[in-house]
Design a protein around this ligand. Structure first.
Ligand code: NAP
Length: 294
């Protein structure tokens, strides 16, 4: 079994980005600038945004964190997005999800300038991705592709089963694994909570990408011998015996599934750190595109 070590690969990618940034600065160019907007005080969201901002510092990017109260209205948030769209100093920005109930997520994502949409959630970027055009690929699926590529995992002609059809992970992942190219050229089955015989479908998979957020969902008896297993799930499980009061777990029974898998991602240290690295990569791409335009 080979561990797909997202922590190591993401550090390699950050080193590569840091080098590109230092070359930019040496040429007298401005460093990429990523902004993040967070509405409310959700603990997990604050942790994610915090590590995104810290990662910016690590690679030499400029970063701006905009914290808005949980009571922010949709109109107020849209005003802030307009300012970020119009600010020439900002190369790319993200709005951390989930948003409070009074705000329509789709309206907010639609308001982001597609050229600054480094999360790749705008319909224009999502459409370009589906059409194999150059665009910002959503960071988590992008990170999974990068892991498969760097570990030279063969995906051609394989049966990939994606569990979960969210707009940010499962759905784009299913499109990307089925595209012409590598990683890709898979025969893809996209499963969700209404899928019948899901256990049987998963047992036929050469590659399983699990993105549902149910701890211990994927058990050893569901997985084919030699399967590649990508665990996207991140769930906080309460545990009073720990200082922080919880631990992080994925969707996969790692201990037992790893005995059957040919390749597997751990949680933590697998897809999670890759997501942040690919957000930085998208921001670097945004900077390069803005430079080419101006
Ligand atoms: P989501 O929006 O909650 O969607 C979950 C998906 O799983 C839905 O499509 C749902 O089906 C499906 N599902 C739920 N229970 C199921 C079951 N028993 N059998 C089959 N399918 C089932 O999730 P998400 O935003 O994609 O996140 C999924 C997990 O990945 C979460 O743990 C999240 O924290 C994690 N995540 C990790 C990263 C990372 O960087 N590693 C990034 C994003 C998300 P329906 O559509 O039918 O409801």
């Amino acid at each position: 079994m080979e561990l797909l070590d997202g922590k190591k690969v993401s550090n390699d990618i950050k080193d590569e980005i840091a080098m590109a940034v230092s070359d930019m600065k040496a040429r007298g160019e401005k460093a990429p600038h990523l902004a993040a907007v967070i509405v409310g005080n959700d603990g997990a969201s604050l942790t994610y945004v915090g590590s995104k901002v810290r990662s910016c510092e690590r690679v030499g990017f400029e970063s701006t964190l905009l914290r808005l109260p949980a009571t922010t209205s949709e109109v107020e948030l849209l005003k802030e997005i307009k300012k970020l769209n119009e600010n020439p100093e900002i190369d790319g920005f993200i709005v951390q999800l989930p948003l409070p109930k009074q705000i329509d997520t789709q309206s907010v994502l639609m308001a982001i300038d597609p050229d600054k949409d480094v999360d790749g959630f705008h319909p224009m970027n999502f459409g370009k991705m589906a059409l194999d055009m150059s665009t910002f690929i959503p960071a988590t699926p992008f990170g999974i592709l990068e892991l498969l590529e760097r570990y030279k995992v063969d995906t051609k002609g394989k049966h990939t089963v994606v569990i979960g059809r969210s707009h940010i992970v499962g759905r784009p992942m299913s499109i990307l694994m089925g595209r012409k190219g590598w990683p890709g050229n898979s025969t893809v089955t996209l499963t969700h909570s209404h899928t019948k015989n899901i256990t049987q479908i998963i047992s036929q998979a050469d590659i399983v990408i699990s993105a549902l957020g149910v701890p211990n969902f994927l058990k050893a008896e569901m997985v084919k011998e030699g399967a590649v297993v990508i665990d996207v799930g991140i769930t906080r499980v309460a545990d009073d015996s720990l200082e922080k009061g919880y631990y992080i777990t994925g969707d996969v029974d790692f201990e037992n599934v790893s005995k059957k898998a040919s390749h597997i991602t751990p949680v933590p240290g697998g897809v999670g750190p890759m997501t942040i690295a690919m957000l930085l990569k998208n921001t670097l791409l945004a900077r390069e595109r803005h430079r080419a335009k101006n």
